[in-house]
Design a protein around this ligand. Sequence first.
Ligand code: FRU
Length: 485
Amino acid sequence: MTRDEQLRQTAYEEMEKHKGVVEQDPYRLHYHLMPPVGLLNDPNGFIQFKGVYHLYYQWMPFKTGHGAKFWGHYSSRDLVNWTHEDIALTPAEWYEKNGCYSGSAIEHDGKIYAYYTGNVKDEEGNRESYQCLALSEDSIHFDKKGPVVHLPEGFTAHFRDPKVWEQDGTYFMVVGAQTTELKGAVALLQSEDLLDWEYRGVLTGGGQGELANFGYMFECPDLFKLGNQDILIFSPQGIEASGMKYQNVYQAGYVAGQFDSATGTFKHGNFGELDRGFDFYAPQTTVDDKGRRILFAWMSVPDQNEQDHPTIEHKWLHAMTLPRELKFVNGKVRQVPLEELRDLRAGEAIEHKVVLDKESRELNGVNGKAFEMEIRDLSFSEGWFDLSIGDGCRLIYSVGEKMVTLERKSYVNGVVEKRQCKVVNLDSLRVFVDTSSIEVFINEGEETFTARFYPSPNNDTVHFRASNQARFTIRKWDLDHVNLK
Ligand code: FRU
């Protein structure tokens, strides 16, 4: 058996062995993408290819921890129902022996060109990184071409996560990097044929410009057009918390501006976080045949108490966010749940017109483990309004402070922790709950809060409270269990 065959076989055995215990977890999600066993992290190689959506992902099948990652693979025709496909990449070769790390995909000549980072560590823990290429005609089987980019001068081996796109007849690649001065940076490369890559320079960060002092490493860059803006998404590490901002261990956000493909330069504004919750990192986008810019993110953050998630007892860890469509409105990136997610709705909505008067209340039919709520026509007198999901988390709007807060009971020690942001006018809320995850879309995606939380499994109530008066209309749908085939 080749090393590749061995790794595949062991991974499938692991999947079979733990299937029962994984599926019995009351915290297993109903309609999100998860690893069949082991740990999932970043979305990779997201592409619509021959009409079918493919989402590859960072996968450690052998344990609920990080290590020599595989590329797992989900495919879908409708972005709602997904099939778990055969493993796309195993860390079998010398140039990737410690992991086929994150990367992207682009279609060329009827083939998927997948770029990823070959992570290599020696006995002393010294790291090497290679940007590698693998080709596929059917999205399932990949033919590895090995390294196509070697580490340029001026960077440490923390050089990874290539994202490739075509613009004005040329191919570009952005890579997440750390300079030898230990500054976070995005490196830019260029190619005419997708095979020979030339290093162009630091696109942003690296101790210069707007992001001169912005952490020690940028991971998972993604550059694309949204309306008339160029958006660069990346996940910086080493940013200090500041007021309500940068509260997670690492951040995920973007800068907007203009990328000049001729000079390889990017003029942009300040960094903004993409999500205000506890669990959102390493987002990746693709554009589909409807012209939509669609984003998936990893619903966790590296090194943020990962080993304390209770799902570990059931041999699995982490999930993807729901897919979201991006829009650029009033100078900001908005995230809206994909239109297709309406297909998850099981039956008709339960509707209420509600007036809360200094009271706490449940609403008939508004409860469950996997559901969506759409709350509109909100108006408040003063004070605050909140909704609690089981005994696990609480979303609060403070009218006076114009502030949204998401609280959850920490899965580490049970203490209540919070994330916050300003929302001047709260017009609407769309909330997706899935046993142990919550995604909140405020004012059509102006702000989002994404988090895992672990309510007592037998508590599927939702309580609504107002310190004074709150009025709103609510529609609630149960959401179907999507069988991940
Ligand atoms: C981000 C990341 C990437 C890396 C991958 C390894 O979460 O650290 O930078 O390629 O995960 O799994």
